[in-house]
Design a protein around this ligand. Structure first.
Ligand SMILES: Cc1cc2nc3c(=O)[nH]c(=O)nc-3n(C[C@H](O)[C@H](O)[C@H](O)COP(=O)(O)O)c2cc1C
Length: 193
């Protein structure tokens, strides 16, 4: 096999392994996350696709103990938010989205784009030997107040990050045939997958 082909095959295999082995990590050791790694995670987030290349996301890096405590309280007291050495809040920038795409930008694209950035974050965090969880259950108003986000900058996720202190088993995944359709909804795509 050509060496470039082999490289592609190996990279694809590694990527699939990272995708499949990433788990939500909610318990962390006391070890810190160095700033250069946080930057690396954010760099991956910034390279996510976005509608019209609008890049309608914002990231807030939180290390302050008191702010993490407040965020945890706003997120049903989830300990992961309080205990992680660093939390990244991902916000959808509805102002930037609306300039190009009006209501579709505000109601759809900014969330899709930010979600793509979050997945890049999660995969890169895992690939670097750290763990994280996407926390979406929180009181919007409380979180916006704590983070001092202005109108149009909507916090959509808190991502606590740290060295994993747990190794959860994979969760159940639906078989592809339950969620995949051929040509039109309802037609079986795969019989035995
Ligand atoms: C939009 C969204 C919101 C989520 N909110 C929370 C949350 O508030 N707290 C939490 O512990 N996990 C949260 N999760 C993580 C899911 O519970 C987790 O991804 C799912 O159980 C699958 O497990 P896995 O990530 O290990 O594959 C959220 C995930 C998504 C995508």
């Amino acid at each position: 096999m050509e060496s470039t082909e082999k490289l592609i095959e190996d990279s694809a295999e590694i990527l699939m392994k990272i995708i499949k082995e990433r788990r939500s990590i909610r318990k962390f050791t006391d070890e810190d996350v160095p700033e250069d790694l946080v930057l690396k995670f954010l760099e991956a987030a910034r390279w996510a696709p976005s509608a019209g290349d609008v890049q309608d996301w914002e990231f807030i890096v939180i290390r302050d103990k008191d702010i993490k405590e407040q965020l945890s309280n706003a997120a049903l007291r989830q300990p992961s938010v309080r205990k992680a050495p660093v939390v990244i809040a991902v916000c959808a920038n509805q102002i930037r989205a609306s300039k190009t795409y009006r209501s579709r930008g505000v109601n759809l694209y900014c969330y899709q784009d930010s979600a793509a950035a979050i997945q890049n974050l999660l995969l890169t965090i895992h690939a670097n030997g750290y763990g994280a969880v996407w926390v979406g259950a929180f009181d919007d108003k409380m979180v916006a107040e704590i983070l001092k986000t202005p109108d149009g900058i909507r916090p959509i996720a808190l991502i606590p990050i740290g060295r994993p202190a747990e190794h959860p088993s994979p969760t159940h995944r639906y078989k592809l045939k339950k969620v995949t359709h051929l040509n039109q909804y309802g037609n079986l795509y795969l019989k035995n997958k």
